[in-house]
Design a protein around this ligand. Structure first.
Ligand code: AQP
Length: 344
């Protein structure tokens, strides 16, 4: 390990590549926020980095869920990730609970994480409000497990959406805490954001989230997307068709940017909206067309994977085996410096 040009302790593998790690929860159908804020960004790392991506099922159990549905969510998450461009030949894709070292390292990190740091985490505050009837310890220590997920692979680069930046900063502090106390084992990981770092939900108020009922699924049929988009909130000034609106304050217009809409479409909305020359429904229909251009190739690819579940499970097993190979070595290294394994 050595310091990068920004001064962060960084790990390069034997081929001189930086390791990338990121995870996604199988807590429901993956949505456009996950696609544009995370997966599309992950794909850009495939060629130049050693990439490890994980379906983090232990994280998804920190909220109430239906155990009957979990296997399907996990399968669907794998399908959506691969269909969105995570080529299994160019990355490691696996399920977190198939590599037990994640939870072992999380316990180790619990002992070097200050309680005060964890209680400052915004996501914990939000989730403990959202799930008042089930504020479990796992929800509180979620960022410690996340630090273990990343550092178990000595990953230095972590592509995430904006909501996760605070957790990645904490993971870096945990690495420093461990290294200072026991010796240099873990890199100082850094978050890498996409342009679409916070996709808003259809309510126009909150970030798009699986659990807030404001999301559009990556694999959702077009008709169902339209049923959600049609009543979605627009700029309040455009309550009546003849009132001019302010596109910059409209969630529908700002969403246009996310679907790689051509400049001519943006211009069409700006003009039509400010001059009250078109209705919100017309604007939403064009948005639906643009969404379909982005999503229909992904849906087609996903169908192929759904028709071949054996292939999907094979990718996940191979991924878990590869991940375990690294995870076992790094855990052993950490335990040795902690005096938990005799160093021969
Ligand atoms: N709306 C979003 N905009 C941009 N990025 C997003 N991400 C999630 N929502 C948005 C990014 O997707 C990655 C995986 O997220 P996750 O599924 O593990 O957890 P999450 O952020 O908690 O997603 P949800 O949908 O909000 O899940 P629930 O409702 O179950 O809590 C992360 O990199 C995240 O930043």
């Amino acid at each position: 390990m050595k310091r990068d040009d920004k001064g962060y302790l960084t790990y390069w593998n034997d081929e001189g590549k930086i390791r990338v790690f990121s995870g996604i929860q199988p807590s429901g159908e993956l949505h456009i926020g996950n696609l544009l804020g995370a997966i599309s960004n992950w794909v850009t790392f495939l060629d130049d980095y050693e990439c490890i991506f994980c379906i983090v099922d232990h994280h998804a159990t920190t909220i109430e869920y239906d155990p009957q549905k979990m296997p399907q969510w996990i399968f669907n998450a794998a399908v959506a990730n691969m269909a969105a461009g995570l080529d299994p030949d160019r990355c490691t894709l696996f399920v977190q609970s198939e590599v037990p070292e994640h939870t072992e390292l999380a316990w180790i990190f619990n002992t070097v994480t200050p309680y005060g740091d964890l209680s400052r985490m915004t996501q914990f505050k939000q989730k403990s409000e959202q799930y008042r009837h089930n504020v479990n310890v796992g929800l509180f220590t979620y960022p410690v497990l996340q630090a273990a997920d990343i550092l178990l692979y000595k990953a230095s680069a972590v592509p995430v959406g904006e909501d996760q930046v605070q957790h990645i900063e904490l993971a870096r502090e945990i690495a420093r805490g461990f290294n200072n106390r026991f010796g240099e084992v873990f890199p100082e990981c850094q978050a890498h954001l996409t342009q679409a770092k916070r996709i808003m939900g259809l309510d126009g108020k909150n970030k798009m989230s699986k659990s807030l009922g404001n999301a559009i699924g990556i694999l959702e049929p077009l008709e169902s997307i339209w049923n959600k988009l049609r009543p979605a909130k627009t700029d309040e000034r455009r309550q009546r068709k003849k009132d001019p609106g302010n596109p910059e304050e409209c969630n529908i217009y700002t969403s246009y940017h996310c679907y790689f809409s051509p400049e001519k479409d943006l211009e069409w909305v700006r003009k039509g909206c400010t001059q009250a020359a078109m209705g919100c429904l017309e604007c939403k229909k064009k948005l639906l067309d643009n969404m379909d251009k982005l999503l229909s190739p992904i849906r087609k690819k996903a169908q192929k994977y759904k028709d071949d579940p054996e292939f999907v499970y094979d990718v996940l097993s191979t991924g878990a085996e590869k991940a375990r190979g690294i995870a076992e070595q790094v855990t052993e290294e950490a335990k040795k410096v902690m005096g938990l394994i005799r160093s021969s």
